[in-house]
Design a protein around this ligand. Structure first.
Ligand code: ADP
Ligand code: MG
Length: 270
């Protein structure tokens, strides 16, 4: 079983990329489980015909952990992709990472962490213990960073590199940086910049995904691009990502940049 996690700044396109990749992986005949680990709870929506599935956090809050069964938390979506949303705390109280921890404990209890591929879609603005959970204890072993060429998303990606580096030094840790996914904003020389960023943090660009309006079109039709327009160029990009992720064997311990280095790298490409 392959366990991959997509980390990156909020709004950068993790859920769009994860859902399309999961859809593409299912099209390769693989059994896929996607776990949304973001309080925004919309990771799996496009795999579920636009429906926000109940989150583990909400279920635990309203019904109590003991009353829950596997069917309460795992939902089957597009082409058999199994979907879970960790959810988050009520605004203003509690810890966002806790939902992730509760989710993992329940999935473990039900023996539900199974299949050919597990895709973890994780918010990476904060890398507190909760959000680092998928990387710890041998869950997500292959970490992909989703970034554009924008300063703030590279900054977040670099921070996640620090977390991966720290965790990968643990004796039993299997967590490694597997590559960088450029989800482009359409700025000049963006692919070059992200490719160079990837090289400097001791990794490589695994897929360049252009900004394409078809993503929004699919979204308003409550579908992934893979489902909405399987013959489009953008669907081809997501299938290519899925193939690269399955074939990838280049795992590294990242070397995060100092903030000055990161800023001067970005300046170079502006
Ligand atoms: P995240 O999960 O990182 O918070 P989302 O996947 O929800 O981000 O993406 C935010 C928005 O960006 C989505 O609503 C989607 O419409 C848009 N988006 C993401 N990737 C692309 C792309 N390659 N081309 C066009 N729009 C995109
Ligand atoms: Mg998301």
């Amino acid at each position: 079983m392959k366990q991959v996690a997509l980390y990156g700044k909020g709004g950068i396109g993790k859920s769009t990329t994860s859902a399309n990749m999961s859809a593409a992986l299912s099209g390769m005949g693989l059994s896929v489980l996607q776990i949304g680990c973001d309080p925004k709870r919309d990771s799996t929506r496009m795999l579920m015909q636009g429906v926000f599935i109940p989150t583990v956090m909400d279920l635990v809050r309203t019904r109590g952990e003991a009353a829950l069964s596997l069917d309460d938390i795992v939902y089957t979506g597009y082409n058999g992709v199994r979907c879970v949303e960790a959810g988050g705390p009520e605004p203003g109280v509690g810890c966002a990472g806790r939902g992730i921890i509760a989710t993992f404990q329940l999935l473990e209890k039900f023996g539900a962490l199974t299949g050919d591929v597990i895709v973890y879609d994780v918010l990476g603005d904060v890398v507190c213990g909760g959000f680092a959970m998928p990387m710890r204890q041998g869950y997500a072993q292959e970490i992909y960073l989703v970034t554009s060429g924008e300063m703030m998303s590279l900054y977040a990606a670099n921070n996640i590199c620090k977390a991966i580096q720290r965790l990968s030094l643990r004796v039993k840790s299997k967590c490694r940086l597997a590559g960088i996914i450029c989800n482009a904003k359409g700025q000049p020389r963006e692919e070059e910049l992200v490719t160079e960023f990837a090289r400097r943090v001791n990794s490589s660009l695994v897929q360049y995904i252009p900004r394409d309006h078809i993503v929004q079109l699919a979204e308003v039709n409550r579908q992934t691009v893979i489902e909405y327009s399987p013959d489009s160029a953008q669907a081809g990009q997501y299938r290519s990502l899925a193939r690269h992720v399955m074939e990838n064997t280049r795992m590294s311990i990242p070397s995060p940049l100092e903030i000055d280095e990161l800023e001067s790298l970005i300046r170079e490409f502006f």
